[in-house]
Design a protein around this ligand. Sequence first.
Ligand SMILES: [Zn+2]
Ligand SMILES: [Zn+2]
Length: 383
Amino acid sequence: MPLVGCAAGALGSLAKRRVAVIGCGSVGGRVALLASRMGLGGLVLVDPKRLKAGGLATHDMGPEDVGKPKALVTARRCSRINPAMQVLAFVQAVEALELSVLAGVDLVVMAPDLLAVEIEVGQRCIWLSKPLVHASVHGPTLTAQVRFFLNAKGAGGCPACGYGKAEQDLMTRQVRFSCEGAAGAVVPLPDTVPATNSVSPLCAQAAALAVMQAIRFLVPVGQPVADTMLEYCGFTHRTVVSPITRNPNCMLDHNAIVQVALDPPLGDLSLAQVAQQATGAPPSADARFELEGLQWVELASCRCPEPRPVRRFVARGRKRLPCCRKCSAPLVPLNFYTYPQVSASVLGSAAERPLRDLGARGLTSLLLRTGDAGVLIRQSTPH
Ligand SMILES: [Zn+2]
Ligand SMILES: [Zn+2]
């Protein structure tokens, strides 16, 4: 389809683009479906929750989907709409998602119902210098809001830049702004919970506006959308576009991390070599390493009187290790001696050993942090 002011086939460039959608509910689920129809190359869907019967009032779903994970239901429908598109679904909280997943997309759209998720995604997108579209609805005022954060290095606002004390209080209380079951809610919401449940057409409107902003940025077409807030009011059909600015007192870390691709298999290198190749210097004493999907286990317990040293990387969440050679009981990692982020001082001489000898043979990415600075190191080609 030709677009005024664009080269013929401008929309065809979307086939090379990948988009992540965080939160596949009444807004995010529709974002994914609309994006699929635009001929995107890839879609990453993240949502830990399952569809509820009450969601029929607001979500784009059928009764047959009740009880199924939102991310999987959405992924299946998107794949049917656009079989050429690569779709990855993660039924997990965004906090548990590896940083490299979002590093591989061109743009992130989020429509979560928790302030804590907004913060988490906002922070990750700043670190990765990733454009972020935040779609939300406010039911009582029939307002749909779409904020576009460009996250260009060192500039622009983030979701938390606009937070006042009220939002910070809500965040510490983990309040959910849900569109689930608005129509069929049997138990009235307590007064302390803001009534942000909304109606289905407003959710659809927010999703459509979010996808339009994403397309305008990715193609690109029309007026620039970077660092703007677009608001639509269902009472008046008015839209207002206003700039988003940076709050110097923002609670988030506004420093982007550097991304480096290394050619040799990471498993063949030691962490000291990885740091040297990625940054041009050996790791400093305060350097911390976060390996994708792995954590460092220093000590484990068994039936022996003393904790046993393990000093290896182990899959995150793994509760049992091979049995102790002395007492033959299974080794259980000790919480206080298990590190998702391990410092060079804890690693000691292990920082000089090849990663494959430390339980990290197939590693494809890791995060190196020194002070406030971060480097995301990825393997450039699969081996
Ligand atoms: Zn900020
Ligand atoms: Zn033992």
